[in-house]
Each structure stands twice: as structure tokens, then as C-alpha cells.
Design a protein around this ligand. Structure first.
Ligand code: SAM
Length: 227
């Protein structure tokens, strides 16, 4: 039996890569990368020279077979994504399930992920929360936004920059203007920004910005929360 390692990588700041993650990547036979070119920056920075192959959401079904063949043949494999924890709004789940089903050992090497980093920085209740990840682009999007507005628990949502204003505006149609929200942008990077306030004030703030850039997590407090 072989081992599949699920290795978290930095969400922006390369120094957040753990020494254990470096050791694991240096010890495996192959590294499955969401994007081999993106990962090459990290691998070169840490002088990790191992064979890589691409493993992304469009070829994951097909590449799971390849990955399982490698494990069956006695090779150890690590999965890394472009940023953060593989399998968390990133490829990894199918391979991890298949590796378990085939009787291989699965070991996750923890590290940064955008959701819990944003949640921890938000100062909003984090004892229980709902991880929404990305909302569906069309079908079902409205229902999910309504559910977030109705939720008693804190919700954590991954939002593309070009959808941030529309998301806040849509949420405003279902939630009260004083609903507490946090927008966490470019976490761990040079232009990191953590804004908190009412839904109304943050919507206005982002409507007036020239352009919305960078990577964003939105945290929406439960509907009964107030400060
Ligand atoms: N697997 C990753 C994780 O563990 O968080 C998530 C990958 S998902 C494809 C990418 C999304 O994560 C971005 O669109 C953004 O919502 C969020 N994200 C990633 N890096 C971030 C950062 N440095 N600051 C804020 N959000 C980030």
C-alpha cells in the first residue's frame, strides 16, 4: 500500500509553507499539481525537484485513474493546488476518496486555507459556521444567497472580485442593511485588507471603488448577531 499526501500550500505568502510540507514534497515520487506552472514558483523557491503532473478540475476524473495506478504501483504521490488546502473548493476530493477506497494511506499536511484565515481575522463568531465556498454562477445562486441571509450562523463565501459588488447588492435585497459583514481581501499578501461593518456600508464602499481586484472571502454574520 502507498500513501497519498494532501499538502496545503500558501494562499499568497510563500513563507507560510511549512517545513513538514517541504519534507513531504521532497520525499514523494510524484506531485499532482492543479497547475504545474503556478506550482513551479513554489517548488523552485523551496528547491523541490520532483516529477509533476497536472491534476485540475477539468481532467480530475481521468487523472484519478493515473494517480491510483501510481499508488497501486508502489509510488507515493502528493496533491497540491494553486493555493491553500487541496479539496477545499479545489481538486482533491475524488482522488482522496479513491485512494481510501483502494486501501491506500491518506495523510493531510495542514496549512493555510482562505476560509479559516478570513474567519479568524473577521472577529465574527467562529464557534459554528457554514462554509459556502463559491456560489453557483446561475442556477441556485439566488436560493443560496437567500439561505445566507436567513442563516443564524456565520457564513463563509469565496467571491470572485468581479462579482463582489453584485453579491453584496443581491444579499442586501434579502438581509437587513445593518447585517454584519466582513470582506477579507488579499490575505497574507502585501495589500491585505480586512474590512468589517454593516452590509449597507460595505456595499456602498465597494460600489464606489474604481475596480475590485484580488482574492476575496466574504464573511456574513448570523442574522441575530450585533455588536
Ligand atoms: N483551496 C483554497 C483554500 O484552501 O482556501 C481555495 C481555492 S479557491 C479556487 C480560490 C478562492 O479562495 C479565491 O477566489 C478566494 O475567494 C479565496 N482565496 C484564496 N486565496 C486568498 C487570499 N489570499 N485572500 C483572500 N481570499 C483568498
Amino acid at each position: 500500500m502507498s500513501t497519498l499526501y494532501i499538502v496545503a500550500t500558501p494562499i499568497g505568502n510563500l513563507s507560510d509553507f511549512s517545513p513538514r510540507a517541504v519534507n513531504i514534497l521532497n520525499s514523494v515520487d510524484q506531485i499532482a499539481c492543479e497547475d504545474t506552472r503556478t506550482s513551479s514558483v513554489l517548488l523552485q523557491h523551496y528547491q523541490i525537484e520532483k516529477p509533476t503532473f497536472s491534476f485540475h478540475q477539468h481532467n480530475e476524473h481521468h487523472k484519478v485513474k493515473h494517480l491510483i495506478n501510481l499508488l497501486n504501483g508502489g509510488s507515493s504521490v502528493a496533491i497540491i493546488s494553486d493555493a491553500g488546502m487541496p479539496g477545499i473548493s479545489d481538486p482533491g476530493f475524488l482522488a482522496t476518496r479513491a485512494a481510501h477506497q483502494q486501501g491506500h494511506t491518506v495523510s493531510a499536511i495542514p496549512g493555510p486555507d482562505a476560509a479559516t484565515t478570513a474567519l479568524a481575522a473577521s472577529g465574527l463568531p467562529s464557534d459554528r459556521y457554514i462554509y459556502e465556498g463559491f456560489l453557483p454562477p446561475k442556477k441556485g445562486r439566488e436560493t443560496r444567497i437567500r439561505q445566507i441571509a436567513d442563516a443564524d450562523l456565520t457564513s463563509v463565501i469565496y467571491v470572485s472580485p468581479h462579482k463582489l459588488v453584485r453579491f453584496l447588492e443581491r444579499l442586501s435585497t434579502f438581509a437587513e442593511p445593518d447585517r454584519f459583514v466582513c470582506v477579507a481581501r488579499e490575505l497574507t499578501k502585501k495589500f491585505e485588507e480586512i474590512q468589517r461593518g454593516s452590509l449597507d456600508s460595505l456595499t456602498k464602499e465597494w460600489q464606489h471603488r474604481d475596480a475590485v481586484k484580488g482574492e476575496i472571502v466574504v464573511i456574513v454574520a448570523g442574522k441575530t448577531y450585533s455588536e
